[in-house]
Design a protein around this ligand. Structure first.
Ligand SMILES: [Zn+2]
Length: 227
């Protein structure tokens, strides 16, 4: 892909903890605005599969059990942003994770006189999020979803749909693990939030409401940021 220039279309960053609905909202932005969502994992897998120069470097590092360096990820992103499907805009998911990566991304975009259009933080209420995620359980028989606080079966322990009595909970959805995932997210993301706030590129949205309301708010932010 040498010689091709990277897209000059909008570049957005979506920040949000697990459970904030980031995937759902990214798909909405793809449908509504024609953006392409680029996650670090997908980028790496595609580059390795396509055997690009940066992909081969990444493959060698991963096979040796190492972490792919920021330089390699940026090289992969540079290649990816030169592909035609990014012409209407991209949503970055999972990159940057550090301010060093954010600076490298800024330098990459500056090659074509660009900058980040918006870094959008899906803000959650941690306590409500712990209740929401840790309260979930499903019927082992039919997969029907339930919730301790919001959707109990009519008869405790018995599935409304199939009468099954084996209810399942995900092992990593306990209150403790959800709280610790949120803490880790905030610790990791706070410097990035600060970085984009100082650049005037940060937008925040309350991610605790109804999915359609969040989508509408997000759409308004993107429309304004890319106008
Ligand atoms: Zn059931």
């Amino acid at each position: 892909m040498d010689g091709q220039t990277i897209t000059t279309a909008p570049v957005l960053i979506l920040l949000g903890p697990p459970g904030a609905g980031k995937g759902t909202q990214a798909r909405m932005l793809e449908d509504r605005f024609g953006f392409v969502q680029l996650s670090t994992g997908d980028l790496l897998r595609a580059a390795v599969a396509n055997g690009t120069a940066a992909g081969r470097e990444a493959k060698a590092v991963m096979e040796a059990g190492g972490l792919v360096s920021d330089d390699i990820v940026i090289a992969i992103l540079r290649d990816r942003l030169a592909e035609p499907d990014t012409a209407r805009g991209v949503i970055l998911d999972g990159f940057p994770r550090t301010t060093v990566q954010a600076q490298a991304l800024d330098a990459l975009l500056a090659e074509t006189g660009q900058q980040i259009d918006a870094a959008i933080s899906l803000d959650v209420d941690d306590a409500a999020m712990v209740t929401r995620i840790s309260g979930r359980f499903t019927c082992g028989g039919c997969g029907e979803g339930y919730h301790d606080s919001f959707k109990q079966p009519a008869e405790a322990g018995v599935c409304d749909k199939c009468g099954g009595t084996e209810m399942k909970r995900r092992a990593d959805d306990t209150a403790e693990t959800v709280a610790s995932r949120l803490d880790a997210y905030h610790a990791q993301t706070a410097p990035l939030i600060d970085y984009y706030e100082k650049k005037g590129a940060l937008a925040r949205i309350d991610a605790m409401g109804a999915i359609d309301d969040i989508a509408a708010g997000l759409g308004a932010i993107v429309t304004k940021a890319t106008a």
